[in-house]
Design a protein around this ligand. Structure first.
Ligand SMILES: Cc1cc2nc3c(=O)[nH]c(=O)nc-3n(C[C@H](O)[C@H](O)[C@H](O)COP(=O)(O)OP(=O)(O)OC[C@H]3O[C@@H](n4cnc5c(N)ncnc54)[C@H](O)[C@@H]3O)c2cc1C
Ligand code: SF4
Length: 512
């Protein structure tokens, strides 16, 4: 009897546990494009096209190596539109002895899989996802007895575990664990960024683009030009391109933002990594080789490895450790509706318009745009945490709930009550002014607090802090913030709060 091995859209790795021990002659691998998942939030058309094309290429590679694949396309006439429906159909037609699947990246899907055994009266084996570098048990052991779950300490353990940038005696290379003090430079005027790769579209990709155009053009986002890598080979080329041409400057300009430059020195690997075309350890090892061979400096390489080995694994650990209760948190009671400019309606705030433009055109914006522009604005204005999470989950090609939720709810919105961030990532227009050239192109002035030309972020920053004073005044990491506020005259305080109220009103009216 056949064993039915189900592979999800973000499990496109030959080393995935659900393929381990496969019997070429007997077993069937199943991949399906289902409407339920493609439309559970209005996913960006580029994200859907990337995943469908990568799935179809992966299935073709499996078939060419002699494996039996059952591939259900979105427009197949018998497609039931859901995983459960497709599994039912496959179980009826193939009569497998059991179903094997690797754990998914979303709590909702895991619950659904757990129910399958009962629904279909067939053994369903849910295997761990060994592509990640920390197991659930390791993360739980790290969490135990800790008052605060700070990424930095988790990261050091991971460095030791994998021997990445580690010298004899378990010492960090260069003597420090973290070189961020050398990173985070503002952009240089006239800086030129190396060109990015663009991959030729295959017949498969062209077919997918036609399908996505037909079915999903009402979703926010531009489908073409489409230049994503869709195979492991192409994703490896992206990684090589990054390591050779961009990694050397990655650390320096990690937090910089430049108008018209969506990518700067970022790696653009998250979509490939999260879908399984690249693996985290090979990425970190390639970065370390760049340092050891003198091709990239330590501050860049350490900073990059920290993102993949530290932040990514930590974020996943938080998600699985705290779900499902985590997803219901809203510690700052943020409930304001998401303004239309998140979906492309006009706004005079250049930083917001530019970040949303990059998102619309590329299904990508880099970390600082996500955190300090769109995220910061949502935090300061108290936008509804569920609506903001839906937006982040929908618009980025690398977004899956396990990684999107702790980043959005925890890091950007402080909605988890301070698990991921020890203080809110709240900033006035001064931060954006320092780290970008956006303000030069804006109708608003980052140096003005009140009046027609005042940058909305400025008054909104203070308004946010005062609104949430009971939660933040005692925060050890914000010692000077409230003492500055306390020194303002009553008139100044009133003027700031009136300005913030005006911005919130304009936001609701669509005129901000
Ligand atoms: C509000 C918000 C939402 C986010 N949503 C997602 C998401 O849905 N999916 C996602 O992969 N990342 C998410 N991130 C993290 C980060 O912004 C993206 O991983 C990064 O921008 C992807 O671009 P890149 O590949 O060029 O990354 P680089 O800047 O080149 O970084 C290298 C890699 O490090 C990893 N990484 C860096 N920071 C994080 C982080 N905080 N969490 C997890 N991995 C990290 C990614 O795999 C990334 O590819 C989010 C961040 C914020 C603030
Ligand atoms: S002035 Fe304010 S709104 Fe305009 S780009 Fe700068 S930070 Fe953004």
């Amino acid at each position: 009897m056949t064993v039915l091995r189900l592979i999800l859209a973000d499990q496109l790795s030959e080393s995935i546990t659900s393929l381990q021990g496969i019997n070429k002659k007997r077993d069937t691998i199943m991949l399906c494009e289902v409407m339920e998942e493609a439309s559970c939030v209005p996913h960006h058309p580029k994200k859907i096209a990337f995943l469908f094309s990568a799935m179809r290429h992966f299935a073709a590679e499996l078939e060419s190596s002699g494996l039996r694949v059952r591939y259900v396309k979105l427009n197949d006439s018998k497609n039931t539109g859901s995983f459960t429906g497709e599994l039912k159909r496959a179980v009826q037609e193939l009569k497998p002895s059991n179903v094997v699947v690797t754990e998914p990246g979303e709590y909702r899907l895991l619950e659904m899989m757990k129910a399958w055994q009962k629904t279909f009266d067939i053994p369903v084996e849910i295997l761990p996802d060994k592509r990640f570098l920390a197991t659930h048990a390791e993360f739980a052991a790290w969490v135990k007895d800790k008052k605060q779950l700070r990424m930095e300490f988790f990261y050091r353990e991971m460095r030791r575990k994998y021997g990445l940038l580690i010298e004899p005696g378990d010492k960090p290379t260069g003597g420090e664990w973290n070189y961020d003090k050398e990173n985070r430079k503002p952009p240089k005027s006239g800086m030129t960024v190396p060109l990015r790769m663009s991959h030729q579209k295959s017949i498969i990709t062209n077919e997918v683009l036609t399908l996505v155009k037909e079915r999903f053009s009402h979703h926010f986002g531009t489908l073409e030009p489409f230049q994503y890598a869709v195979t492991r080979k192409q994703a490896l080329m992206e990684l090589e391109h990054f390591a050779t041409h961009l990694l050397p400057n990655f650390g320096d300009y990690q937090d910089a933002m430049v108008a018209g430059e969506p990518y700067l020195y970022h790696s653009l690997i998250s979509s490939y990594l999260n879908a399984g075309l690249l693996l985290p350890l090979e990425i970190c090892q390639q970065a370390e080789v760049a340092y050891r061979t003198g091709k990239a400096p330590l501050n860049a390489v350490e900073g990059f490895i920290r993102q993949v080995l530290g932040w990514r694994e930590y974020i996943r650990g938080i998600y699985w450790h705290l779900m499902p209760e985590y997803g219901e948190r809203n510690s700052l009671d943020a409930t304001r509706p998401l303004p239309e400019f998140y979906w492309g309606a006009p706004t005079h705030m250049f930083c917001m318009a530019e970040s949303v433009r990059h998102t619309r055109d590329h299904a990508y914006s880099h970390h600082i745009q996500r955190l300090m522009v769109t995220g910061n604005f949502a935090l300061l204005t108290g936008l509804d945490v569920k609506a903001v999470q839906t937006w982040y989950l929908a618009v980025y090609s690398d977004a899956y709930e396990w990684v999107e939720m702790p980043n959005t709810l925890g890091m950007a919105l402080f909605g988890d009550g301070g698990v991921v961030a020890s203080k809110p990532y709240a900033a006035s227009g001064k931060y954006i002014h320092r780290m970008s050239n956006y303000c030069e192109k804006c109708k608003y002035d980052p140096d003005e607090m009140t009046g027609e030309k005042a940058c909305p972020f400025n008054a909104l920053y203070w308004d946010f802090l005062v609104r949430n004073e009971d939660k933040f005044r005692g925060n050890q990491r914000m010692p000077y913030v409230f003492s500055t506020w306390d020194k303002f005259t009553p008139e100044k305080k009133r003027a700031i709060r009136t300005q913030a109220a005006l911005s919130l009103q304009k936001m609701a009216e669509g005129t901000l």
